[in-house]
Design a protein around this ligand. Structure first.
Ligand SMILES: Cc1ncc(COP(=O)(O)O)c(C=O)c1O
Length: 429
């Protein structure tokens, strides 16, 4: 309703969305004229009479559920009445639908995105001491599985503009013991897969794409052909953690490959290494996607492209508003990957990131720091032997990045409110 008023009355539109913030700032202001005071008070009263803006969340799963509840409830109920909670028909159906969507030969669902990475590495039979190169700027799951399996974790710097693993840094880190590269398609945009696949070919390396944050993103190679993120390397993995672009209502994950032998091995590993009932060919794990989660994902998959384009629209709004702000660096979009904005992550210059975050919090705008500390300085990874200053790009990003609310159901008034307050923060300083 409020948005309708904005459109009809452009002069008040920006003001109304900002009314709460403006009202509080008015109390602190001494320089306003009587007419300005009156205008602010009218705006504040109007905003109360009209519908209030919904609280802003980093990810609004309640609103998404409200929109899809009819379909999702039916889907969940059908699992409840069949009682096929493990390996029910929805699991296979979801794998088939996802395989069609991804355009790859095999999809193996599993319990979460961390297991997906672990199962992929187990299937490749890498040995203790084999080197696996990945980015220092990622969620811990990407690196913990490498360490857990006793492989040698080799961290490299990201590109400071796209935040994705730097191909040049990978090249410098390759040794005769290097066996695999794990690029992460961070925040929803593909890493430089042209460059990475070239290195893979040159040095005979496995590529495991960590696609947890980029399900649905598409990469266009320099020859003009396109593939979905996660289907380019030897194996791709993803997560269906609730806040992911394709998220379920608990934990879930999946593995993608075009290699039939690897697919069979990963299917077996994810189910205790069992090929036939009670016959174990591999040492495996218990990592299955619950039927209820598959039923939810079957509904959500149909909406994934529209979720992703709604996220892109919100990102366009942020980009347009912040492009000229000297204090902010907006996330770079590369020409060869669609960006599905799992996160909208800015860099805030001049040491103002933490103050901006505090200010946003004071006007009820959540924000997050992905990621606050480089992995090489974490207590658990000290044994890798890196020095504190070995990764200046990662460390710089950890000091500057700030992720703003991003989800498919962000309303225009919420975006206006966020944008106004981010810019207002810098105007005041
Ligand atoms: C880049 C990345 N890799 C792996 C994972 C692990 O996924 P899950 O939480 O499903 O284990 C995540 C989840 O946050 C992630 O962001």
């Amino acid at each position: 309703m409020l948005h309708g008023v904005f459109t009809a009355c452009p002069d008040l539109s920006g003001e109304l969305t900002r009314s709460n913030t403006v009202f509080y700032s008015v109390l602190n202001s001494v320089k306003l004229s009587v007419t300005q005071w009156l205008k602010k008070i009218i705006i504040f009263v109007l905003s109360i009479i009209l519908q209030e803006m919904r609280d802003i969340q980093m990810v609004d799963l309640n609103v998404q559920y409200a929109k899809l509840s009819t379909e999702i409830d039916v889907s969940i109920k059908s699992v409840l009445s069949s009682a096929a909670f493990i390996k029910g028909p929805e699991v296979k159906k979801f794998e088939d639908e996802l395989q069609k969507y991804m355009g790859c030969d095999h999809v193996i669902s599993c319990a979460n995105g961390t297991d997906a990475l672990q199962i992929a590495l187990m299937a490749l039979k890498l040995k203790s001491g084999d080197e696996v190169i990945t980015t220092n700027f990622t969620f811990i799951a990407t690196v913990e599985v490498v360490a857990l399996l006793g492989m040698k974790l080799v961290l490299v710097e990201p590109d400071p503009h796209t935040y994705n693993i730097s191909v040049e840094a990978i090249r410098k880190a390759i040794t005769p013991r290097t066996k695999a590269i794990v690029p992460v398609h961070l925040f929803g945009q593909c890493a430089d897969m042209d460059g990475i696949m070239k290195l893979a070919k040159e040095y005979g390396l496995y590529i495991i794409e960590d696609t947890a944050q980029a399900t649905g993103a598409e990469y266009t190679f320099s020859d003009g052909t396109s593939k979905k993120a996660g289907t380019i390397g030897t194996i791709g993995t993803t997560s269906f953690f609730p806040s992911k672009n394709l998220g379920c209502y608990g934990d879930g994950g999946a593995i993608f490959t075009n290699d039939e032998t690897l697919a069979g091995k990963m299917r077996s590993i994810s189910n205790h290494g069992m090929k036939e009932r009670y016959h174990y060919n591999d040492i495996g794990v218990n990592s299955r996607l619950d039927t209820i989660q598959a039923a939810i994902l079957l509904v959500k998959l149909k909406h994934l492209d529209s979720f992703n384009s709604a996220r892109r629209k919100a990102a366009d709004c942020y980009d347009n508003a912040f492009a000229k702000c000297q204090e902010i660096i907006i996330p770079e979009r590369t020409g060869n990957s669609s960006h599905i904005f799992h996160q909208y992550t800015l860099r805030v210059k001049n040491g103002k990131r933490d103050d901006l975050r505090k200010y946003l919090e004071s006007v009820k705008i959540p924000s997050m720091i992905y990621y606050p500390g480089p992995l090489h300085t974490q207590e658990a990874y000290r044994s890798l032997g890196y020095g504190d200053n070995d990764f200046p790009i990662t460390s710089g990003l950890c000091r500057e990045v700030l992720s703003l609310p991003m989800h498919p159901d962000l309303e225009q008034d919420q975006l206006d409110h966020i944008i106004y307050n981010v810019l207002n923060f810098f105007e005041k300083r």
